[in-house]
Unconditional design. Structure first.
Length: 219
């Protein structure tokens, strides 16, 4: 199946795929496309990461998907573009990704954290509300779950976004922005093997982000 969204997704994903998902060596660990929106779409596991000295494999497809969705909805995007040195806590993490994230939190209202999960969980989409959800967090979850009507979509299962190491938790505790975490099953991120599934997921996410943009603009 050939589709413009899948072709663009594949092109955007290439920089994350470099060196077996370590990213391109001459890139900063943080890649920002700032569109001045009130939503920041973040893909924190678009390449491999290292925490407590242990490598966490990338959530393949999330970097290219975040960039594609940002371009389609005029939403700002931050991705993790090159594996950075090991870190223990947010207080000790000083890579470019973290510096950019801190700088952006004062200028946006909602951070949507795009992550991946294995198909074995039996869920297509999971929205995690984080440790300190707000009225906007709850609204964002409802919009996302409604957009994925007909999918196996869940709230806070199997992932909540509550652990302190997540971008969702960091955002809610740092403020003033709030955040939701959206985990996407592998089958919907494997655009090469399942292009039809990828096209549908892009359309649903585009609908949700557009609705959230309108909601924030009407406040």
């Amino acid at each position: 199946m050939s589709h413009p969204d899948i072709e663009q997704w594949a092109r955007l994903e290439r920089k994350y795929q470099a060196r077996d998902y370590a990213g391109e060596p001459d890139r900063s660990s943080g890649y920002l496309v700032n569109r001045g929106s009130e939503i920041l779409l973040v893909a924190p596991h678009s390449v491999n990461s290292i925490r407590h000295g242990v490598e966490r494999p990338a959530d393949a497809g999330t970097g290219g998907l975040a960039e594609l969705l940002g371009a389609k909805t005029d939403v700002s995007v931050l991705t993790f573009a090159r594996t950075a040195p090991s870190w223990e806590t947010w207080n000790t993490r000083e890579d470019d990704f973290t510096r950019i994230l801190r700088d952006q939190l004062g200028g946006v209202r909602l951070v949507v954290v795009l992550q991946g999960m294995a198909d074995r969980h039996g869920v297509d989409i999971c929205v995690g509300l984080g440790p300190d959800p707000s009225e906007l967090t709850d609204h964002a979850s409802k919009v996302l779950l409604r957009a994925f009507n007909g999918y196996e979509a869940s709230e806070n299962f199997p992932f909540t976004g509550e652990p302190e190491y997540t971008v969702t938790s960091f955002t809610q505790k740092t403020g003033p922005a709030t955040a939701v975490q959206v985990d996407v099953a592998a089958v919907h991120r494997d655009f090469a093997a399942s292009a039809k599934s990828g096209v549908r997921a892009v359309a649903r996410f585009t609908s949700a982000l557009t609705s959230l943009q309108h909601h924030l603009g009407s406040d």
